[in-house]
Design a protein around this ligand. Sequence first.
Ligand code: GLC
Length: 559
Amino acid sequence: MTSVNQDANWWKTATVYQIYPKSFCDSGAKGTGDIQGIISKLDYLNKLGIDAIWLTPVYESPMVDNGYDISNYFEINPDFGTMDDFEQLLALAHERGIRVIMDIVVNHTSTEHAWFKSALGDLSSPYRDYYIWKDPIDGGVPNNWQSKFGGSAWTLDKATNQYYLRLFAEQQADLNWENPKVREEVKGIISYWAKKGVDGFRLDVINLISKQQDFADDDTGDGRRFYTDGPRVHEYLQEISDSVFQKYGSVTVGEMSSTTLEHCQQYSSLDGKELSMVFNFHHLKVDYPNGDKWTTGPFDFIQLKKIFNHWQTGLNGKGWGALFWCNHDQPRVVSRLGDDQQYRVESAKMLAASVHMMQGTPYIYQGEEIGMTNPGYTSIAQYRDVESTNMYEIMVESQGVDCEEMLAILRQKSRDNSRTPMQWDSTQYAGFSKAEPWLEVASNYSEINANQAVSDKNSVFYFYKKLIELRKEIPVITDGQYQDLLPQDKAIFAYQRTNAKQTLICLNNYYGEEAECVLPTDIDLSDARVILGNYEHSIGVARHQILRPYETKVILVDN
Ligand code: GLC
């Protein structure tokens, strides 16, 4: 029996695997995944070599936003199993040396939560002030803030003629963190899970919890500047960290929406006063032309490199970031920045190496390790995601966008692209379930599945396994300084990481044609060796070389 790594900084050389339980594995015949399904795949995860799993929410929930609308923070959603199942998962993961990270959603609760049910329609409810209520202005909404899922961020409580704030779906009411009782409740919730032995927490949209209290109209935007990285957010995080995270030694990762480097340096500062690390999303907006997600277009490669450079150099020695391309809110990266047809395997490996060799903690989202693709749905009836269906309605029905055009946008941008059932094998429903899944399986499951990947030594799976191992073996991957070697090159992303002893160079061709790579002359390549590549006959190390389509090479040099 192995046990979990006891080093307090274990997460700096670790890799985390994200599980979206609804789509991971169904142990029964329901068509939705569950905790016993996760347990049945722990050996698969162990083989991959990951150090921790992050479970997206498994609490009681009406599932309007697939669990990000929590109605009871202390119970497991019966669709996923029981508390016994959860405790079994925790024990069996720990036996394999795998830690467990839970998702904590405390910017908002479900409107089915007992607090909200008491607060709604009752000005004297002890829970009324747990939420954010405002009187109408000129007979309408209190301000022009927009929901992240489209439309106004306010919903009217008819009985009291006040609006409540909800930055996401109507069924996700924002909590009022100004109320100290809310903060005490949050501490109680997190302590409950920490006491059970949960090792860490991923904090959902945590930089939105402190709203500017004048709730002013935003004359230049959708309101986000009044609640993103808001006035008291650092104070609140320090309070929670001091009374819970530090006490239990929990690892924490905050999801930071539209944030800045300066705030993230503070959220993840090395003194550990707030969080261990942060997710930021700037690198995943390079395919939002003029900042607009709901349109199609190529990605801006030069900008991508610029963003990585900004964050890698800016966090070094100050904070810590999560490294990732994929999660349950993002399309599949191989379809997004790679080539999910001819060069699927090559581009999936290249994209993996290009973020895993940076500084931070890598996160792998289920299916990414086998190069799963977007499903390419052709009808709105195939979508389940509340954001996608809302946007379809707004853009097609209210704004008159052509429905075929909107479907093309969803094929690239919808969150359901990553939520399709995990492809385990080539049997019906990809081995995910014995019943018809809640969301249609991608039709390529007979070629792309975990069984196939595990039986092929050149698969994407073994490439990820190798990346996970390298992080543990080579310190410069954790502590090396980052330098972009060819910031203006139109096809090649080349960077180096350096510490006193070694230099690691990561070369990546981001396109489907051969590209010439000329490294700067001040790099000493005399002792250089290729430690990882995605083509069988690696040409070796030279200052001037041709990189094949989507080729990646990781080179180590002893200084
Ligand atoms: C986060 C989650 C996303 C959810 C939203 C509201 O961004 O990752 O899935 O819809 O928060 O909770």
